[in-house]
Design a protein around this ligand. Structure first.
Ligand SMILES: NC(=O)C1=CN([C@@H]2O[C@H](COP(=O)(O)OP(=O)(O)OC[C@H]3O[C@@H](n4cnc5c(N)ncnc54)[C@H](O)[C@@H]3O)[C@@H](O)[C@H]2O)C=CC1
Ligand SMILES: NCC(=O)COP(=O)(O)O
Length: 325
């Protein structure tokens, strides 16, 4: 196993991230995995869970001991208690991301996988933060990226990500939407091997605007963008009413759905596959996958957190790393 390792960040230290990373000990590895976290936190969480896990310090040029999990130590600012958020550790969470991003950009790591962070507590720590997706775009100097979740036979991408609902309409511009669709199309080809992707595009308003009587974004923005991109050869259907597009009649012919905002598309995806879905950031110069769930503070340290989504996210990162991203 001499290929570049995958970095896996532990996310919010009071959440289930550390528990999930420890569960990787029982999974066969396709390539080296480096856990980016406070080593003492992982040791303490393993004790709390009653798990015996062998942790070793990551050394770039040394192969890990058989059965051990490699840890790239990033120090906590304050002791972490499962289930109890502490803004003092907000900076620590970002430090783990920075280490993984830098390693991916330098080529030391082939991909990064992220366990969930708590967006609120990072803001309470004084750092404006709306999500990994936006943070990765900023830190890699990528003007536009696309969040896509996959699971249960569906792929759902988002035209906008973590925005208050009142700001969504203004964020959907012709140029921005066209870029999102181009990125989605390109990565379905490059990362998922879909030769000619068929993308279903949702409208924004009820009944896709009901011919302008329930909103004009479909007429003024979405339809003209789709028309222009169809002229370039993209296979796009829409704008479709979001309440009826998630049915086999449409989905059976499609490779992905583009929803206009977070809670238009993700509830359907999570209903279909919660706990086994994958979040992938498209359009980045590095590979990043993640879990489909949040920090689950209620389950941290209890042994009841399901690691299936992390396992899927790691498997996809390994697959993308092997195929060159
Ligand atoms: N990739 C990321 O970093 C993500 C982070 N979040 C953040 O997580 C925090 C909490 O969000 P919530 O809306 O409460 O969602 P959540 O996913 O943390 O919890 C929702 C429900 O699902 C359960 N659950 C979550 N993960 C589970 C697992 N692995 N096994 C079994 N049950 C599980 C929880 O116990 C809870 O009942 C928020 O700050 C949010 O921003 C949310 C989604 C993704
Ligand atoms: N619901 C998915 C989600 O919010 C994930 O966000 P991110 O932290 O991966 O940007």
């Amino acid at each position: 196993m001499d290929a570049a390792p995958i970095a896996i960040t532990a996310g919010e230290p009071a959440g289930v991230g550390p528990d999930l990373l420890l569960a990787l000990a029982s999974r066969p590895a396709g390539r080296r995995r480096v856990l980016v976290a406070d080593r003492g936190l992982l040791e303490a969480r393993a004790r709390q869970l009653g798990r015996v896990v062998k942790l070793v310090d990551y050394r770039r040029d040394a192969a890990p001991e058989a059965g051990a999990l490699e840890v790239l130590h990033v120090p906590l600012a304050a002791p972490a208690v499962a289930g109890r958020l502490d803004p003092a550790n907000g900076r620590y969470v970002l430090d783990t991301l920075d280490v993984a991003i830098a390693g991916c950009l330098s080529g030391e790591f082939a991909a990064m996988v992220t366990a969930p962070v708590h967006k609120g507590v990072i803001n309470e720590a004084g750092v404006p933060f709306s999500g990994h997706t936006e943070y990765l775009a900023e830190k890699t100097g990528t003007p536009r990226v696309v969040m896509m979740l996959a699971g249960g036979g569906l792929r759902v991408a988002l035209a906008t990500t973590h925005l208050p609902l009142k700001d969504v309409s203004a964020a959907i511009t012709r140029d921005g939407l066209a870029e999102v669709i181009r990125i989605l199309h390109r990565d379905l080809v490059a990362k998922f091997g879909v030769a000619q992707p068929h993308i279903l595009v949702a409208g924004l308003n009820p009944h896709a605007g009901e011919s302008g009587h329930l909103g004009r974004e479909e007429i003024d923005v979405i339809a003209p963008v789709l028309e222009a991109l169809r002229a370039e050869g993209l296979h796009l259907t829409g704008p479709l009413p979001a309440d009826t597009l998630f049915q086999p009649r449409y989905l059976d012919t499609a490779d992905a759905v583009l929803a206009m905002y977070h809670d238009q598309g993700l509830p359907v995806l999570k209903y279909a596959s919660f706990g086994a879905g994958i979040n992938i950031t498209l359009g980045l110069p590095i590979v990043r996958t993640s879990v489909d769930h949040g920090t689950a503070l209620d389950l941290a340290g209890s042994g009841r957190a399901e690691p299936g989504s992390l396992f899927e996210a790691v498997a996809l990162a390994e697959q993308l790393a092997a195929s060159g991203g």
